[in-house]
Design a protein around this ligand. Structure first.
Ligand code: NAD
Length: 252
C-alpha cells in the first residue's frame, strides 16, 4: 500500500545516507519529492534515483544554516508543487571526535549552526506554509545523542538535544493547527557520515557494536521506515515524540 499518495515531501540532507534512503522510500510510497542539500552532486544523484524509478523529484541547493536559503527552499517547493505536506529536517554534520575541553569555538558554532539553528530555520519557514494549508507533518532528525550524552561529541550532543527541544516545543504550539512535529533518534547507522567517523577513529565501530544490545549498527532503511510512519497518517495521534531507532541502546 502506498502510504504517501499525492503528498509533497521536502527532505533536507537528502543527498546522502538517511535522507536519501528516506526520500527514495517516500517516492516509492507515492510522494512527490524535493531534495535540499548543500552538496549538488549528492542531491542531483538522489533526484536521478527517484526519477529512474518513475517518481517525481527536484533538487534545491540549500545551506540549512542560512535563513535566506531556507526561506528560498520552502518558496521553491511551493512554487514548484503548490504546497508542502511533509518536511523531513534531516541535514546534519558530526564534527571531529574530541572531548568537551578540546572543541574549538569555531567548531562548536558550526555544528550548532547546521544541526540546531538549521532545524529551527526549517521550522520557521515550513510551519507558516503548513498553517496556510491547514496542516502538515514534520520530522526532525535528532539522535540518541539528543537523549543521552555522547562521548567525544559534545557539540553534536548539544545540538541534538536542541533538536529535541525544538521538536517538543513546536509540537505543543501547533498541535491544534493540524501540524505534527516529531523527532527520530537513531543510534549509529551505517551511512557516509559514520564511515567518515570510523575512518578517523577505527575502534568506534567495534565499540558501538559491543555497546548495543542488538550487537550491530543500524541500516539507513531502518530509520527511513520509522520516518515513513511518522510522516504518514498512520501516526495521526503522535506528536512531540522522540522515536528511537537504536537497537535498544537507550533502553539499557
Ligand atoms: P550523511 O553525511 O550521509 O548525510 C548528511 C547530508 O546532509 C549530506 O548530504 C550533506 O551534504 C548534507 N548537509 C550537511 N550540511 C548541510 C547544510 N548545512 N545544509 C544542507 N545540507 C547539509 O549523514 P547521515 O548519517 O545520513 O545523517 C543524516 C542525519 O542523521 C544527520 O542529522 C545526523 O546527525 C543524523 N544521525 C545520523 C546517525 C548515524 O549514525 N548516521 C545517527 C543519529 C543521527
Amino acid at each position: 500500500m502506498q502510504q504517501l499518495n499525492g503528498k509533497i515531501a521536502l527532505i533536507t540532507g537528502g543527498g546522502s545516507g538517511i535522507g536519501r534512503e528516506t526520500a527514495v522510500l517516500f517516492a516509492q510510497h507515492g510522494a512527490t519529492i524535493a531534495i535540499a542539500d548543500l552538496d549538488p552532486d549528492g542531491g542531483q544523484e538522489t533526484v536521478q534515483m527517484i526519477r529512474d524509478a518513475g517518481g517525481t523529484a527536484v533538487f534545491i541547493q540549500t545551506d540549512v544554516s542560512q535563513a535566506a536559503q531556507v526561506e528560498n527552499m520552502v518558496n521553491v517547493v511551493v512554487a514548484e508543487y503548490g504546497r508542502l505536506d511533509i518536511a523531513f529536517n534531516n541535514a546534519g554534520i558530526e564534527g571531529a571526535p574530541v572531548r568537551t575541553i578540546d572543541v574549538t569555538e569555531a567548531e562548536f558554532d558550526q555544528i550548532m549552526a547546521v544541526n540546531a539553528k538549521g532545524v529551527w530555520l526549517c521550522l520557521k519557514y515550513e510551519i507558516p506554509q503548513m498553517l496556510l494549508q491547514g496542516g502538515g507533518t514534520i520530522i526532525n532528525t535528532a539522535s540518541v545523542a539528543g537523549l543521552i550524552g555522547a562521548h567525544s561529541m559534545p557539540a553534536y550532543a548539544a545540538s541534538k538535544h536542541a533538536v529535541v527541544g525544538l521538536t517538543r516545543t513546536a509540537a505543543v504550539e501547533y498541535a491544534r493547527k493540524g501540524i505534527r512535529v516529531n523527532a527520530v533518534c537513531p543510534a549509529i547507522i551505517r551511512t557516509p557520515m559514520v564511515e567518515r567517523a570510523i575512518a578517523q577513529l577505527p575502534k568506534l565501530e567495534q565499540g558501538a557494536i559491543m555497546n548495543n544490545p542488538s550487537r550491530r549498527l543500524g541500516d539507513p532503511h531502518e530509520v527511513a521506515q520509522a520516518v515513513l510512519w511518522l510522516a504518514s497518517d498512520a501516526s495521526s495521534f503522535t506528536t512531540g515524540a522522540t522515536l528511537t531507532v537504536d537497537g535498544g541502546l537507550t533502553a539499557q
